[in-house]
Design a protein around this ligand. Sequence first.
Ligand code: NAD
Ligand code: TDX
Length: 332
Amino acid sequence: MTTLLVTGGAGFIGSNFVHHIVEHTDYHVVVLDKLTYAGNPASIADLPDDRVSLVVGDIADAALVDDLVAQADAVVHYAAESHNDNSLNDPRPFLETNLIGTFTLLEAARRRDVRFHHISTDEVYGDLELDDPARFTESTPYNPSSPYSSTKAGSDLLVRAWVRSFGVQATLSNCSNNYGAYQHIEKFIPRQITNVLRGIRPKLYGSGHNVRDWIHADDHSSAVLRILEAGRIGETYLIGADGERNNKDVVELILRLMGESSDAYDHVADRPGHDLRYAIDSSKLRAELGWEPRYRDFDAGLMATIQWYRDNESWWAADKDRVEAFYAARGQ
Ligand code: NAD
Ligand code: TDX
């Protein structure tokens, strides 16, 4: 039986991927996750024990990583410090996990000759103007803005170098902004949903004209599985679902879908260095590997996500006060 080592499988996108694998394949999954503030074992606790096991540990622990990689047929590497606002507050964990952690995994994949797929973000390309018809492609030059995106960019370059210098059998993907169940409430969409559920007004950074290109987390998972099984070694694939929207429209839509007045939100301090617009051209993935997104109706996907946070208050409630105190201290 094929065994996947999924790093960060107790986080938002990693846990969605583990659910996707259990539903759509017969693979066995070993999750390696440090269970930082962002990891929640409850996100994978309902999956069968004979398909999924959780090892609590750090991707920068070379002995542990070597042992787990040696037992795997492939590594799918999601683990990261993932939040831009945290990286502006304290960058060090981003260097430790995103750079040293990725290096540690690559060394094990090299030693054990194990297939590797690296998960990354469109933020490595910097940002676009609002009126620019261009979208990011695989050949857009790297130009990251934040400590988070610069460490993700660095991790991508490590993977490329380990392919070229050491022949590691790796692929890479850079995806746009994900939404769906199990996303930490520090992030934009679940923060606003849980604000409304708590009677707090949603908080929009700056003018709210910044554009993000939204994709449902399950579409990200199907794309990663396709690349893992059919992608060409050494190649990068951009993953996106043509979901560009500005933050103001998203916050107003959340309010409407939750039965509130669409202007019942506050403008708060902008994010320093705030990227203006992300937009993905995923033609290579679609043409070469035949992938297509399934979740094309953003309103329906957002409504289902709102319902998930309503139904799963016990999953997020304990974090809410701490998250809001963090933002309040930043004027956000
Ligand atoms: P997340 O913060 O929700 O989850 C990260 C997970 O990694 C957590 O479970 C955490 O405990 C674990 N982790 C952190 N440091 C670790 C370490 N040193 N060792 C082991 N485990 C560790 O993040 P996410 O939003 O699910 O993002 C997952 C990946 O997808 C990241 O690589 C991120 O860069 C990438 N990505 C995210 C998005 C997005 O919209 N969220 C978009 C594109 C790419
Ligand atoms: O309260 C908020 N108000 C607000 O206006 C928050 C938390 C965010 N925002 C804005 C900032 C961004 O323009 O919403 C947008 C989305 O913010 P985040 O959810 O923090 O995501 P972003 O910074 O775009 O990064 C996300 O997508 C790319 C993920 O967190 C990254 O891990 C991924 O690489």
